[in-house]
Design a protein around this ligand. Structure first.
Ligand code: GTP
Ligand code: MG
Length: 371
């Protein structure tokens, strides 16, 4: 069963048993340290500390979201859009990402060595920020989505003007549509002799992507990622769509967001790239990431610069976690380390139990096969 006694509940909440006993008394429950509590009482006491507790067996990966406090609409402020670049093989996704990234060097942010942290942020000439996910293609999109995470606000669909709509172009469209993410079409390789943008426009009408020139409402941008032509137009269109979408977050609260990628580094231990989606993440914050936890020990931005805090839509790399999380895992910052540790340990334990369960299932099947 998922019941806890007073001491265990106190531990989970990071409080002393005496404090819990007092709270119980005010709630009309006379209890000693070893007394078992029913689920409703546990929930009631936990909620007094702003913690939503569910029975242990109900705690799942994405359930981390249950610990996020409700948002006050009035505190929301504009945040930068998070953009993913998708398209068929060889249509120019990587070239486009590189060429966008290079634009910011001229914007006076040179000096940093670009880190690969799975995403980067640029600042346009008007001072507006845009975040790009650096892992182009469908794999990133689908693995995130399969874990229930949605990080993309806008999808850029790259279509080579000399090649037209191809199978992965269609896949990309389907992913973006399933996620309800607006699409901007980048008609790339316009510098090529064989470029035929009209054909691209024609072919895309079949997928309900009709250019504004043709009476539709999809934005098309002609470009050459290789020559750096049309990049400014594209950035401008991204900001336009972002404005329409009214993307907002509250920078003045504890952070939450999603893991973009993570790995074990020999020297630094568990290293995770995170996208802050709400709130502000700070060095020293107690944090639960997927089924792991810790304290943000060090934080660097996409230029490899050490930073102390990061607001909404900022990609960062952190160290200080007990284990390596997975791409698509959520993270939530907690008020104190004890709570983060308790929730983190609970989730770790749950994961271990699940794994053991799977293993015993497998061995049983093996057994039956042998019989
Ligand atoms: P995958 O990662 O393999 O799916 O490909 P990709 O979509 O990232 O394409 P990538 O950027 O690697 O470009 C493929 C080839 O097209 C490279 O040789 C690029 O130099 C070339 N290329 C990309 N953009 C342009 C462009 O605007 N004009 C021309 N002429 N070539 C381009
Ligand atoms: Mg590529």
């Amino acid at each position: 069963t998922g019941t806890l006694n007073v001491t265990e509940l106190a531990e989970k909440l990071g409080k002393s048993p005496n404090e819990i006993i007092k709270k119980l008394m005010f709630a009309g429950v006379m209890a000693n340290k070893n007394q078992d509590l029913d689920d409703d009482t546990i929930e009631l006491i936990a909620s007094e500390y702003g913690v939503t507790m569910k029975k242990e067996e109900e705690v799942e990966k994405s359930d981390l979201l249950q610990y996020i406090e409700a948002e006050d609409e009035k505190k929301l402020k504009e945040r930068p859009p998070v953009v993913t670049i998708m398209g068929h093989v060889d249509h120019g996704k990587t070239t486009l990402l590189d060429s966008i990234r290079n634009t910011r060097v001229t914007a006076g942010e040179a000096g940093g060595i670009t880190q690969h942290i799975g995403a980067y942020q640029i600042r346009t000439e008007e001072g507006k920020k845009i975040t790009f996910l650096d892992t182009p293609g469908h794999a990133a999109f689908t693995s995130m989505r399969s874990r229930g995470a949605q990080v993309t606000d806008i999808a850029i669909l790259v279509v080579a003007a000399d090649d037209g709509v191809m199978p992965q172009t269609v896949e990309a469209i389907n992913h973006a549509k399933a996620a309800n993410v607006p699409i901007i079409v980048a008609v790339n390789k316009m510098d090529k002799e064989a470029a035929n943008p009209d054909r691209v426009m024609q072919e895309l009408t079949e997928y309900e992507l009709v250019s504004e020139d043709w009476g539709g409402d999809t934005i098309f941008v002609s470009m050459s990622a290789l020559k750096g032509e049309g990049i400014d137009d594209l950035l401008e269109m991204i900001l336009l769509v972002a404005e329409v979408e009214e993307l907002k977050a509250n920078p003045n609260r504890r952070a939450d967001g999603t893991v973009i990628e993570a790995e074990l580094d020999k020297g630094r231990g568990s290293v995770a790239s995170l996208l802050v989606q709400n709130g502000t993440l700070r060095v020293g914050d107690p944090i639960v990431v997927g089924n792991t936890f810790g304290r943000v020990r060090a934080m660097v931005n996409d230029l490899g610069k050490r930073i102390k805090k990061a607001g909404p839509s900022t990609p960062v790399e952190i160290t200080g976690l007990s284990h390596v999380p997975q791409a698509g895992d959520r993270f939530v910052v907690f008020e104190d380390e004890k709570t983060a540790r308790q929730i983190g340990e609970l989730r770790q334990q749950k994961q271990l139990e699940e794994r053991r369960g799977e293993q015993s299932k497998v061995s049983l099947e093996d057994l039956f096969e042998k019989i």
